[in-house]
Design a protein around this ligand. Structure first.
Ligand SMILES: [Zn+2]
Length: 278
């Protein structure tokens, strides 16, 4: 086809070169300042027009990969709580530090074992707080660890091809662990800077550090209070909520959720600064 029919391709090459020469230390601010006051800057990959994608990529070639699943989070939280939290955190980071947020992955690994009558128990199905162990309602989207590795490998290959230089992933606990365990090997294989909540960072990290307990419940009260129903928790404090792990979710508050959110955003800023990304 005619070159004239493909101005966008040329733009892409020019922008790509500019992005490459600016490298990871691009000085152009990628903050909400570019947005109209009442319209937050768009940072979700799937919502960007090509020229917006080119600009954001050139300014800050960082991709954010929210890791979620569909999983029981107590009677009081939505089943997709993991991706909701990781995506909201990453959208805030992208608006403040630049970069582009990928659509969340909902397929995720977890521990699993076979049970009676050919059933399979997954994750919180056989946690200490699930009595008796059983299939918890609404848990779905479990995939074997190897499948998840291949899927993330494919995404990384495409992010590299699209022009990204760094990827930050976090969210659902077992997906986070898989990500961290393979950081160094994948950095070498894909030629990308990869970032995540390592064990060292995890000591200070305040996002998704329990299961449907005080931390996740508070974060959800901060992000999406309309999706939370604390009245579904047992009113008697002597009764521990089923399939919930951590501090008591009945002590959750939106204010604490905001505090955890802000602390985690700040840790991402420090991590990016240390890596020379911002
Ligand atoms: Zn969770």
């Amino acid at each position: 086809m005619h070159e004239a029919n493909h101005p966008s391709r040329r733009d892409f090459l020019v922008t790509g070169l500019a992005g490459a020469s600016a490298g990871l230390l691009a000085s152009a601010p990628a903050t909400a300042s570019a947005a109209e006051p009442d319209r937050p800057v768009k940072v979700r990959f799937d919502e960007l027009l090509p020229h917006e994608f080119r600009r954001r990529l050139a300014e800050r070639p960082i991709a954010y990969l929210p890791l979620g699943t569909l999983e029981w989070h107590g009677e009081h939280l939505p089943l997709g709580s993991d991706a909701i939290q990781s995506e909201r955190l990453m959208v805030a980071c992208a608006q403040r530090f630049g970069g582009i947020v990928m659509p969340p992955i909902h397929l995720g690994p977890d521990r699993a074992k076979s049970a009676d009558e050919g059933r399979m128990l997954v994750g919180m199905d056989y946690a200490g707080s699930t009595t008796p162990p059983r299939q918890l309602d609404g848990s779905c989207y479990w995939v074997p660890a190897g499948f998840h590795l291949l899927m993330v490998d494919a995404i990384l290959a495409q992010l590299k091809r699209a022009g990204f230089r760094a990827v930050f992933a976090d969210g659902h606990g077992p997906s986070r662990s898989s990500w961290i365990e393979n950081l160094a090997e994948r950095e070498a294989r894909f030629g990308l800077k990869l970032l995540g909540v390592t064990r060292e960072l995890g000591r200070q990290w305040k996002s998704q550090v329990d299961h449907a307990a005080r931390n996740e419940t508070s974060l959800m009260l901060h992000y999406r209070p309309e999706l939370v129903d604390l009245s579904r928790l047992p009113p008697d404090r002597a009764t521990w909520p089923q399939g919930v792990g951590g501090e008591d979710p009945r002590d959750a508050t939106a204010a604490y959720g905001k505090e955890c959110f802000e602390r985690s955003v700040e840790l991402v800023r420090q991590m990016f600064a240390q890596a020379g990304l911002i």
